[in-house]
Design a protein around this ligand. Structure first.
Ligand SMILES: [Zn+2]
Length: 379
């Protein structure tokens, strides 16, 4: 059984006019100020960036992908080389997902029953089995600070019977993961599934809360639903989660999704958007996104954002435009740095706004800025 000391969570303050919370998460590799955003280190690296650059953006915790690391180089090799912190050179907290999302959502699944998911490796075509017990074993070998239970994710839209079946399996597997967990320095978070079905979300949350996990994730979102549908799921789910446990919204999302979710009481996020979009020449700003391949930036002497301290913003938009046009690798690197910096500054602003009980003011101001250019198509 998992000891309660593996990680600890404390709420510092709650907004008076919404459910936004300022909190801290303590792990054996350090403390994370919440609400927080985790850059995604899919293959043991946040793509294109050294760990020093990642740390320089303000990130305190990163996410590692169990599925990818288990296939290559293999969890046993990461263990031999000292665990994931040592392997990738990141000495701060690490959260690993369970592999469920990749196995179920990337069309590699060949069979699933109550025992395990059977899938085909995208690396070498091998047929592999991922059971709840193996998902825990892999994450214990990786030695992450926070591990996730193996869940059954269903791409949306899906038939009601399919969603119900996956939701029931998710609860049964969460219990088995809990039984299998043995590391004293690793916290295990449960994942609430149930698609867009409010009744199933409520049922799943109630069952998992009964099992008393040290943290809860809302999973199965950002898989084809609209933003309004996602927020509706949070409206149903968040009030059912214990206030003294952290809440993690998996794989979400855009800056506006983060604000909408913090408002509903979410503490922790991860998403590939800042780095993926950065590699594709899209920069996030308070006035909406900029597409650096666009010719309008060719002679523009301004930085992406005048007040951004990142290394990309020492350069002109014209220079960044040039790097992408010339296919120089520095372009994707600089925009990844800027976007991660942007997300971390957003989270810092959110934390400060909650501390001073002005979160909804920040919410309105940021939303107004992002909306301003959406109509104008300035980017
Ligand atoms: Zn910048």
């Amino acid at each position: 059984m998992m000891p309660p000391s593996a990680c600890s969570f404390q709420v510092l303050s709650i907004s008076s006019d919404c459910d936004a919370r300022r909190a801290v998460l303590r792990t054996s590799h350090g403390t994370v100020q919440l609400p927080a955003f985790m850059p995604v280190g899919t293959q043991g690296t946040v793509k294109g960036l050294t760990v020093d650059l990642v740390r320089g953006t303000g990130a305190e915790m990163v996410l590692g992908n169990t599925y990818h690391l288990a296939l290559r180089p293999g969890a046993e090799i990461v263990d031999e080389l000292g665990g994931l912190h040592r392997f990738m050179g990141w000495d701060g907290p690490i959260l690993t997902d369970s592999g469920g999302f990749q196995v179920f959502s990337l069309e590699r699944l060949t069979k699933v029953d109550d025992r395990a998911a059977v899938f085909r490796s995208h690396v070498d075509g091998r047929i592999l089995t991922l059971s709840p017990e193996r998902a825990v074993e892999i994450q214990e070998l990786l030695r992450s600070d926070i591990a996730m239970v193996l869940d059954h994710v269903v791409p949306l839209p899906a038939a009601p019977a399919t969603v119900r079946d996956a939701c029931e399996r998710t609860v049964a597997w969460a219990e088995r993961c809990r039984q299998a967990a043995s590391r004293e320095d690793q916290g295990l978070f449960a994942i609430i599934q149930g698609g867009l079905d409010a009744g199933l979300r409520r049922w799943c949350a109630a069952r998992l809360v009964e099992l008393d996990f040290p943290g809860y994730a809302v999973g199965g979102l950002s898989v084809g639903e609209t933003p309004a549908e996602m927020y509706a799921v949070l409206d149903v789910t968040c009030p059912l989660l214990p206030t003294h446990r952290p809440r993690y919204l998996m794989g979400v999302g855009r800056p506006e999704d983060i604000l909408e979710s913090v408002r509903r009481g979410i503490d922790l996020f991860d998403c590939v958007l800042p780095t993926r979009n950065g590699r594709n020449a899209l920069a996030f700003t308070d006035n909406g996104p900029l597409r650096l391949r666009n010719q309008i930036h060719r002679r523009d002497p301004r930085p992406l954002e005048p007040d951004c301290p990142c290394s990309a913003c020492r350069h002109s938009r014209g220079y960044l435009h040039h790097l992408f046009k010339a296919n120089e690798m520095l372009g994707p690197i600089l925009l990844s740095i800027h976007n991660l910096n942007y997300y971390q500054r957003l989270m810092a602003d959110i934390r400060e706004a909650i501390e001073t009980d002005r979160f909804l003011d920040l919410f309105q101001r940021k939303m107004a800025g992002w909306r301003l250019t959406r109509g104008g198509e300035r980017c």
